[in-house]
Design a protein around this ligand. Structure first.
Ligand code: PLP
Length: 389
């Protein structure tokens, strides 16, 4: 992500929240690399003696794959998971020696890039494995692959019986596998019986892959107990501050802070409506702040203000304020009646994420999960990175 040149002044003051935004952007998105590193260290110690990888697919869940991978590699992370080969290239540029696994796997014609970026496909069926083997034979590339076994997702991965058929190859040695893995269906639901069924199925199949490191747990899986850890855990969301234990308070530090500009303040009379569709009516004389972010910036339209429905909230001068009316593409209105008039002015900033407003809280109002809040973060913000060195 390129920064417009006048974000430099913010960068210098990155330890303080943005008090202003560069002229060309809708707001300032600050990503705290130190918090991401602290979250990784916490998950890493929780998983001991297993190793802790980092999942940095989808631009590190919207936080910036280059900056995040560089900071985590520096902190000692040695294994990265991405979805695509383009993402693998970005990680390889900042860490020459780490293992990089590509979750989308191998497809014909992709072999040269696997060799070029020295990364490893996560292979999910016998045909794909045969194609990978053929590539290795013809090219002479000797890099390993991961074997993905499906224990319930029915997304990618060998069916159990097909994975059992690999046993002779394992016994022969020189099999070319550096990891055997599976993925949990319902890890964030502590009491879901499918967790126990998956861990039992995976333990059994992984035991056939003797000498091959095994991996099952995503972020939430780490908190299901040490029997889920195996040799390597694969957190993504928790690194970026999403709560991996939704039934309890979050053990993770918040990572993202998002501030946008007040474009105008205005006073309206009792009975006037705000925004498209007139879904929100002032019940008393009301003051509004119109701020420069909307659904095109990843602030979902579902979170807007409708009469008698609780909207998402925004921090204005240290106070929680509701949204008034529908969220537009580039703008939204905030009811700032309870904020002292002198505390808010045109050109000032309000906080959409941060100061206690979490991505999980927003996800609730958006009708989704924290993952989608992060991967939807808009492209029109100036991005500022804090720490990481
Ligand atoms: C995305 C992904 C992860 C990371 O999951 P989180 O819930 O974000 O921790 C781990 N493993 C696989 C296979 C994935 O696709």
């Amino acid at each position: 992500m390129t920064l417009v040149s006048d974000t430099k002044s913010i960068d210098a003051a990155a330890n303080k929240p943005a008090a202003t935004a560069p002229a060309g952007v809708t707001g300032v998105l600050t990503i705290d690399l130190d918090a991401i590193v602290a979250n990784w260290r916490k998950l890493n110690s929780q998983a001991i003696p297993a190793d802790c990888a980092a999942v940095v697919k989808a631009d590190a869940y919207g936080c910036g794959i280059t900056q995040v991978s560089r900071a985590l590699a520096k902190a000692g992370c040695r294994t990265f998971f991405v979805a695509t080969l383009d993402e693998a290239r970005a990680v390889r540029e900042v860490t020459p020696t780490s293992a990089i696994y590509v979750l989308d796997g191998f497809f014909p014609g992709s072999g040269d890039l696997y060799a070029k970026f020295d990364c490893r496909p996560v292979i999910g069926d016998a045909t794909e494995l045969a194609e990978w083997d053929a590539f290795r034979t013809t090219s002479g590339w000797e890099g390993p692959a991961a074997i993905h076994i499906d224990t319930g997702m029915n997304r990618l991965g060998f069916r159990i019986a097909d994975a059992q058929a690999l046993e002779p190859r394992i016994k022969n040695g020189n099999h070319g596998f550096s990891l055997v893995m599976s993925h949990l269906v319902s890890a964030e639901v502590l009491g879901d019986p499918i967790n126990g069924r998956q861990v039992a199925a995976f333990r059994e199949i992984a035991s056939l892959f003797s000498g091959v490191p095994a991996s099952l747990a995503n972020s939430s899986g780490i908190f299901l107990g040490s029997q889920f850890h195996f040799d390597l855990v694969r957190p993504g969301a928790a690194l970026y501050g999403v709560n991996p234990t939704p039934e309890a308070d979050t053990p993770m530090l918040p990572v993202v802070d998002l501030r946008v500009r007040v474009a105008q303040t205005r006073a309206i009379e009792k009975g006037e409506t705000v925004g498209y569709g007139a879904t929100w009516t002032a019940r008393h004389p009301t003051r509004l702040a119109i701020v420069t972010a909307g659904y095109a910036d990843g602030y979902f339209r579902a979170a807007g203000g409708i009469d008698n429905v609780r909207s998402a909230e925004v921090m204005v001068a240290g106070q929680r304020c509701p949204i008034a009316g529908r969220i537009s593409m580039d703008l939204m209105a905030i009811d700032v009646t309870d904020v002292p008039p002198g505390a808010i002015r045109r050109g000032g900033m309000v906080t959409l994420i941060g100061e206690g407003i979490t991505v999980d809280e927003l996800a609730h109002h958006f009708g989704t999960i924290g993952y989608e809040v992060l991967t939807s973060l808009g492209k029109r913000y100036a991005r500022v990175y804090k720490g990481g060195d």
